[in-house]
Each structure stands twice: as C-alpha cells, then as structure tokens.
Design a protein around this ligand. Sequence first.
Ligand code: EPZ
Length: 420
Amino acid sequence: MDYLQIEGIKSLNGTIKISGAKNASLPLIAMTILAKNSVNIKNLPNVADIKTLLKLLSNLGAKCDFLEDRVVVDTATLTETKATYDIVKTMRASILVLGPILTRFGHCEVSLPGGCAIGQRPIDLHLKALEQMGAKIKIKAGYVQASAPNGLKGCNIIFDKITVTGTANIVMAAALATGKTTITNAAREPEVVQLCEILNASGVTIEGIGTAILTIYGTSQELINIKEFSIIPDRIEAGTYLCGGAITKSELTLENTKAEHLGAVIAKLEEMGSTFKITKNSITIYPSQVIKPVKIITQEYPGFPTDMQAQFLALATQADGTSIIEERLFENRFMHVSELQRMGAEISLNGNVATVSGKSQLSGADVMATDLRASSALVLAALVSEGTTNIHRIYHLDRGYDSLEQKLKGVGAKITRLKE
Ligand code: EPZ
C-alpha cells in the first residue's frame, strides 16, 4: 500500500491545472448506456473511480478505450445487466448504472451498496422514483432486482430530499422512458447540469436545467446519438487547492477552472481574508497573512458543499479565533477530526457541529486517511505542520484526486509517495 510523506511549513507558488470533475464523469460515463453510437469523452480525470466504472461497463460487455484523459465508450455490445458486488462494494456510485440499464433493457440487477465511512447513504429515493415510473423492485440476496418489461413510463416525481446521484439516475431513466417525467426538488449541482445539457444536445428535450424542477421528454426506448464532449473542471479539486493557497499563505493560480461553480467556496475564503483574481478559466488566490475564523453550514448546491467541509476544517485550525462548522448532509463526515487532533488541532465535536479553536501549531504525525475529502484535509494540515507527516491509506485520495502529489510538487511542496 502507498502512503504520502509531506514535509511541512512550506510556502507554495505557481500554477496548478485542474482536471475534469470526477463527479461529473461518473454519471456521464453511465449515460453512454443510452447511446446508439460510440461516445468520445474528453478531459477525464485520471482517478481510480473512473477506472472502476469503466471496468464495470467492460464487465457488462461494453468496449472502453481509455487513453490518458479521454475515453471512447461503445455500449452497442453491452448485453449483461448485472452489476456485481465485487465492483459495487468498491464504489457506491456504481448505482448510477441502474437507471440507464433498466430503461434500455427493461431489467437490471445492481448489488446494493453497503454502508459508507461518511454515513448510511441509502438509495431509497432512487428506488422509489423508479417504482413510480412503473418498475417492479425487489431486494434479494444483497441485490436490487428491477424490472420494467414494457419500459419505464414518465410521471411526476417529488424527491423528499435533494439527491445528486438520485437525480442523475432518474434523469437517465427518464431519457428513454415513454412520456414526460417531472422531477421536483432536483439537485442543481453543476455535474447534474452537465448531464442534462449533454442529454438535451443528444435529442432528449429537458426543460428547467439548473433549476429544482426538471422536465424530461423520453424517447420511448429509442437509443440516442451522443456527440463528443468534454468534462467540466473539478470544482472540489479546485476548492481544495484554493484552501492549499490560503492555509500556506501562498499565491496560487488554478487553470482550467470555473469560478462560477465555486461561489460559496470563494465567498467563505473571502470572509477568511483571501482575495481573488478571476478570469474565464482561471482563479488566482491572494491569501491574507492573518486568517479570520468562519461559520460554515454545508448545504446542497449552490450552498457550501459538504465535499469541501473537511478542507475548511483544516484551514480553520490556522485561523485566529473560533470557527463553527456544521455538517448537514452526512451524519458521520467528521472522521478527519480525530486525525487532525493527533496533529495538534483543537477541535470539539458536538453531534454534527465542529468547533475549531485557532490558531494551533500543528505537528507532523502518522495519520490515516478515512475517506476521499478527509484525506485532502490531512494533506492541507501536513503542509503547515512542523516536521514530517505520513498519511496512510491514500487509496482514498487516489479515488478522486488526479496526480495530487505531482500537482503539489509543481508548486513547491515537499511531498513523496512511498510504499508501506
Ligand atoms: C454525491 O453523492 C457525490 N458523489 C458526493 O461526493 C457528495 O458528497 C454528495 O453527492 C453530496 O453533494 C457523486 O457525485 C458520485 P446524495 P450522493 O444522494 O449522490 C440522502 C465525494 O467526496 N439520501 O446527494 O450519493 C443521503 O444519505 C463524494 O466526491 C437518502 O436519504 O449523495 C444524504 O444525506 C462523497 N436517500 C443526502 O441524501 C437516497 O436515496 C444527499 O446525498 C439518496 C440520498
């Protein structure tokens, strides 16, 4: 197993190129199941989760040619309709194939994703919506067994909660359904917006893109023609490196990024004292020498993203004063707290609220990555710690950060990947 060794107290300087968004790529790769042509996808991030989903599609019979940052996916040869436990257990987002396979083939089996480090993460809302569209669903032997022999039917769906992959799954299911589907309380994340835009450009009329009410006009099981497209930049990767600039008090420029997807993140960094220069495709952070404390509540887009909570918690350890961070999306997304405490951070946890007392002098330690974003918080903390930090179990980081150590090395960090 690999681990990362980071020497702290380094200031950084330079430019980082942001990769394509993992959480946009996953539904867009699943979307190729709806296509009659082979689909060319550009600007894919080189991360483990993408390879896992491509492996799942290959196991189902699709042809996937993955070359650096692009892939050509041909699902014409896809005949299997069962996503097995061995893959789904490694990546919950495998559930994204349920909607597309069911709507195309009239049946699908997907291993039920189990619990997760950050919370229970049920998929009841995905299943309830598919049932409303006419699917018969059984849970048997650890699998979701779904069938709709005569195809799915459009209907009105009101999500009890906003769900990102739930919205993506149902949008894809509705794309080949018969009639009109309306989703109320739909997710508005940029990744969902891109999925809707690509489907819309491929002949599936979708109204209300980017709003909480989506209307999808299905093609009655006719497969669609999807033209080449490029994945949007990863806003969470960009947000993480902006926190890297803020915590090390270093001027950094991010290229291939879209500031309009980072409104809440940039606003909080401004409250903490940083200023920014923003162009169409780049963001430069000018950090303040004194970091101000902050109050954060995680929310669905366009609110402050839960996927940036851990990184801001690390940053808050370096603020002068007390920050309050409330996690509203996932019940157990504070596993990084105990690792940060081991590095000297002063954090008290009360339910879903973390109170961070700054400024703490952190010191390097052996710490354990527990989930993807928790891992990046440890990297940020390590950059400003005295001495050496060894971050173990970095397979979590590799799931979602493309070339993290090369990118950080490129701006001057002392970071090395080693074998346990
Ligand atoms: C997506 O997960 C992202 N994953 C997550 O990113 C992100 O943290 C999350 O959205 C929230 O923004 C991908 O896009 C692949 P949800 P998802 O369904 O879709 C509850 C990362 O670090 N819920 O929007 O699984 C759920 O428990 C990851 O890149 C139900 O109750 O999240 C949670 O409390 C981690 N029933 C809330 O809704 C359901 O059927 C939002 O979850 C579905 C969800």
